[in-house]
Design a protein around this ligand. Structure first.
Ligand SMILES: Nc1nc2c(ncn2[C@@H]2O[C@H](COP(=O)(O)OP(=O)(O)OP(=O)(O)O)[C@@H](O)[C@H]2O)c(=O)[nH]1
Length: 329
């Protein structure tokens, strides 16, 4: 004896909805699982139009799309429908339908509830939205960080520039832009240190403009400043990068000559004196007296400065526009 499907299971108990409708869309059969899903009693649906199971939009979709396909193709596969149960709750289902033999003219529909998938899809959409929101937020944070970084960099540049300006102000004579007295003394200490350690010889020139007071008196203080500025340029042009030229007093300048013997320093002083004498000045001739000395191993700052000043005094005393050398203490 051949066995049939119904020997193995009862269609009223399979975990899918089964629904049969006739050509007029009246329900002619419905299985128990579908009744339970829809919360109807069998007598409430039998003979009723399947339209009763749709909400407005669902009904339109069924009538204009799904049902015409069932009629014309005789089958539909995996179409998505939203039914509504007796309490008007939505029941999303996948539909497979097939036309019954011609004599019957109806359709049998298999309805697979996809409520869980529906929830899952909702969750996926929500998760995607959340991910997009988080991404947007992250992009905002990244943009904010970038803005802060640029601002910080800008501030850092400003600070660096400000520090440079402060450094320049602290180390430079504002009138001539040469090193100021403080920087000069620091450099002199460094140079003396090198001499003491036997690394190198070095010499000091102290230079003073002759009769500068008369320039001020004859042409005014502002014109005196012009001469001081111009003198700063003349001296700076004569100075090697390793040397230090500074304005150490009103009309007094100094030059630290690294690596120079006393004779070399004297030559340098003569060159400068001649250059100043030959420079074209707006207020008549300007000359300079220069005292020269070597830095000695036993020197300190005061000693070397005193010796150079003594030589300068001698140059002034002997008639100015001269170079004098002071070799010993
Ligand atoms: N224009 C100007 N004058 C200054 C500045 N600092 C000092 N002096 C002037 O420099 C002059 C220095 O005069 P003195 O010390 O008498 O020396 P001198 O006239 O150069 O004469 P000798 O050095 O003896 O050749 C004074 O008149 C000061 O007022 C300054 O920054 N600008």
């Amino acid at each position: 004896m051949t066995s049939t499907v119904s020997d193995f299971f009862n269609p009223q108990q399979v975990p899918v909805g089964l629904l049969a409708i006739n050509a007029e869309r009246q329900i002619v059969d419905i299985n128990q699982p579908l009744l339970e899903l829809l919360a109807y009693q069998v007598n409430e649906l039998m003979g009723q139009s399947i339209d009763k199971l749709f909400s407005g939009a669902g009904k339109l979709f069924f009538l204009t799309h799904v049902f015409p396909l069932m009629q014309h193709q005789g089958t539909v596969e995996e179409m998505y429908l939203r039914l509504k149960d007796k309490q008007n709750n939505e029941l999303p289902v996948l539909v497979n339908a097939v036309k019954l033999p011609a004599a019957n003219n109806g359709f049998v529909m298999v309805l697979l509830p996809i409520h869980r998938r529906f929830i899952f899809e909702d969750q996926l959409v929500a998760a995607k939205k959340e991910a997009e929101r988080a991404l947007r937020e992250k992009q905002l944070v990244v943009a904010e960080l970038e803005r802060a970084r640029v601002e910080l960099e800008h501030k850092h540049q400003q600070l660096t520039e400000l520090n440079k300006q402060l450094e320049r102000l602290a180390t430079t004579d504002s009138l001539t832009q040469l090193a100021n007295r403080r920087t000069f003394e620091q450099q002199l200490e460094l140079e003396l240190e090198k001499v003491k350690r036997g690394y190198a010889s070095a010499a000091l020139l102290v230079m003073d403009i002759d009769h500068f007071k008369s320039i001020n008196d004859n042409f005014g203080h502002a014109e005196g400043d012009v001469v001081l500025r111009r003198m700063g340029q003349v001296l700076a042009e004569q100075t090697r990068a390793i040397d230090t030229v500074a304005r150490i007093g009103g009309e007094e300048f100094a030059l630290i000559v690294s690596g120079a013997s006393l004779a070399e320093a004297e030559q340098a002083a003569q060159r400068i004196r001649e250059l100043v004498e030959q420079t074209g000045w707006a207020h008549g001739q300007v000359t300079m007296s220069i005292g020269v000395t070597s830095m000695l191993v036993e020197d300190d700052l005061v000693a070397v400065l005193q010796r150079a000043d003594r030589a300068l005094y001698e140059a002034k005393h002997k008639g100015r526009n001269r170079v004098e050398v002071s070799a010993e203490n």
